[in-house]
Design a binder for this molecule. Structure first.
Ligand code: ASP
Ligand code: MG
Length: 639
């Protein structure tokens, strides 16, 4: 017998008939011998309606009153679902967040969950009842008890947090789509349903999956190892499993605000190759990385900074032992890339053997810009200069001088309160273990609960899951049209500059996505300088420009340049680690159609390219097709 948390979204409880069908599904699950906790959203578009009412009365409604208002939506649906269950003969009781004892921070309209009391729920379960809990809400336990909400879409987060607190066997998210798709089906009709995805991949795909699954819910699933499945409430289809490795055990207090960073990793076995002044035109990255892939050389980080005149720089890291071969490829290609215009603007190859990559990793960085800023500040405090930065939703990596590595790691461990775990090696890993993602997929413990359940309907599944499944190099492709690119020219190349820039933005709660430093160094006024470029959400554009313009004037940086007609297309997949040729394939797909890549940034399991906005959708379709995600028969790209 399993303990299952089932969450039903707004459309799943949008009418009397649908509520009755939810009740039948819950009843069936109980009849199969399981205990069930149900979490529900407000019916249909109720929350939108309430928000509109508030705005009809006030331009800026009081946030406490907003919570008072919005939390009523879920209170309606829990009562009705509970009644519907009782009608089919299933004992049930509805509880609000406060009645359960879901305590949150005192942040109205965007509270994070701190703790969930389990005693009352457990008592009702033991009496054979189904417990129907209002999603999206909690309470502040202070002298005055206050109702809070978790932010729009937050009932996924309630459900996964309940599953973690109750140590449920798994959590099912019922929604109006069949699961998680390889890309946005409105843009690519051939998008396919995924059978499974790891929580790290899901977090990296946040911009693709956020509408289906609240990223905070995925963070909790990852941090507490909750097995999760997203399924349609209209069908019996299996849906998409979101798989998490067994995590380092953590306490169930400060559930959502516990450490954002849970690993400090380093790798001293990498070397860096930079190509300076390559022409800024389609096909350059494809040619370079295509040749590197043909030589079977595995590339880790790739960075292409924004153009400077008619050229830009590409830098990448490889395992030290392959440096000579990588350098040979780059040197052979450099003359081919010669720009015809100016004789002195020739491509040049620079290699650096003595580098180290240090990274912080963890779920809990999304929407918390202070985390990356703190990493940069920590490195600055110990005088470590950063040569390359690579950021993703779950990791920030910096390439630094090899000689600085020990000092950097010690300082980061201290700053993020990561204890060294001796031989277990859990908290500090010399180099990402052969493949953390693979571990996630094949760890039998992770699966036991989820697949025990699936066994009943399909024994063959368990068989396949027992053996090592190959992790695809690319699981999904995402397009983000809601970012803009900022660049600051001529920032002095010394410790503390990244800390300064991203600290300023973090102070204003502006999250930065892709960060890139140019490899080219210019001496101006006797100071070596580089450009730093990054992407942010479109809505933060104005604020960021103002802050940075002031800082640039004060600190003697160059111009702050904005490009707000960009699109960012990303591929994500755990299997791209240690697999040569994935980046090349992506660049090649773009090159074939003359799409120029404006910026490249990578993490272990993600490669992102910034292209012109008008080419974004085409780029997405080409890349989705190039990786065969549309299924074997349907490789055609519809434009
Ligand atoms: N009802 C809330 C909303 O519409 C919470 C949720 O549905 O997840 O945002
Ligand atoms: Mg939702």
């Amino acid at each position: 017998m399993a303990l299952i948390v089932q969450k039903y979204g707004g459309s799943s409880v949008g009418s009397v008939e649908r509520i009755q069908s939810v009740a039948r599904r819950v009843y069936k699950t109980v009849q199969a011998g399981n205990s069930v906790v149900v979490v529900v959203s407000a019916m249909g578009k109720t929350t939108d309606g309430l928000v509109k009412l508030a705005h009809d009365i006030s331009l800026s409604p009081n946030r406490r009153e907003m919570d008072m208002l919005l939390s009523t939506g879920e209170q309606v649906s829990i009562a009705l679902v509970s009644m519907a269950l009782q009608e089919v003969g299933q004992p049930a009781i509805s509880l609000t967040g406060a009645q359960v004892g879901i305590t949150t921070e005192a942040e109205h309209t965007r509270a994070r969950i701190l703790h969930i009391a389990t005693d009352r729920i457990e008592r009702h379960l033991n009496q054979g009842k189904v417990v129907v809990v209002a999603g999206f809400q909690g309470m502040v336990s202070a002298e005055d008890w206050e109702i809070t909400t978790l932010g729009r879409g937050g009932s996924d987060t309630s459900a996964v947090a309940l599953a973690a607190a109750l140590r449920a066997d798994f959590c099912e998210i019922y929604t109006d789509v069949p699961g998680i798709l390889t890309t946005d089906p409105r843009l690519v009709a051939e998008a396919q349903l995924m059978d499974e995805i790891t929580s790290n991949e899901m977090l990296e795909l946040a911009s693709l999956g956020a509408k289906v699954l609240h990223p905070r819910a995925v963070e909790i699933a990852r941090n507490y190892g909750v097995s999760l499945v997203v399924r349609s409430s209209w069908t019996e289809e299996k849906g998409t499993w979101v798989i998490s490795p067994q995590p380092i055990p953590r306490a169930l207090i400060n559930l959502e605000i516990a450490r954002a960073v849970d690993h400090v990793e380093f790798d001293t076995n990498q070397a860096k190759v930079s190509l300076l002044r390559v022409p800024d035109k389609p096909g350059v990255a494809a040619k370079l990385f295509g040749e590197i892939a043909r030589q079977n050389i595995d590339v880790d980080l790739i960075i292409q900074s924004i153009h400077d005149g008619n050229t830009n720089d590409i830098a990448f890291t490889v395992i030290s032992s392959t440096l000579n071969r990588a350098e040979a490829v780059a040197s052979a290609i450099a003359p081919v890339l010669r720009s015809h215009r100016e004789a002195d603007e020739q491509a040049e190859v620079i290699v650096k053997q003595e580098i180290a990559k240090v990274s912080i990793a963890g779920a809990g960085m999304i929407g918390r810009p202070g985390v990356a800023a703190k990493m940069f500040a920590t490195l600055a405090e110990v005088g470590v200069n950063i040569q390359m930065i690579s950021t993703s939703e779950v990791k920030v990596s910096c390439v630094i001088d090899n000689a600085d590595c020990d000092r950097a790691v010690a300082a980061l461990r201290h700053a993020f309160e990561i204890e060294q775990r001796g031989s277990e090696g859990a908290a500090i890993c010399p180099l990402s273990s052969p493949n953390a993602e693979l571990g996630a997929i094949t760890d039998p413990l992770t699966h036991s609960n989820g697949f025990r359940y699936r066994t009943e309907s399909n024994a063959a599944d368990t068989q396949t899951m027992g053996v090592q499944l190959p992790v695809p190099p690319v699981r999904g492709v995402a397009l983000d049209m809601n970012q803009v690119r900022l660049a600051i020219r001529q920032v002095p190349d010394r410790a503390g500059m990244a800390a300064k820039i991203f600290g300023l933005l973090a102070d204003h709660n502006i999250s930065v996505d892709t960060i890139i430093q140019s490899q080219r160094c210019r001496i101006i006024d006797g100071i070596p300088r580089r450009d730093i470029a990054f992407t942010i959400a479109r809505m933060d554009k104005q604020a960021a420009m103002e802050i940075l313009n002031v800082a640039a004037t004060e600190l003697g940086w160059g111009e702050v340049v904005l490009d707000d007609v960009i699109a960012k297309v990303s591929i994500v997949g755990g299997g791209m680690v240690r697999q040569p040729g994935v980046a090349a394939k992506m660049f090649e797909a773009l090159a074939q159609h003359q799409i120029n890549i404006q910026m490249i940034a990578t993490s272990e399991i993600k490669i992102s390219c910034v292209v012109a906005q008008e080419q974004g959708v085409k780029a997405l379709q080409l890349i989705h097709a190039a990786f065969g995600l549309a299924g074997s028969e349907k490789m055609q790209v519809s434009v």
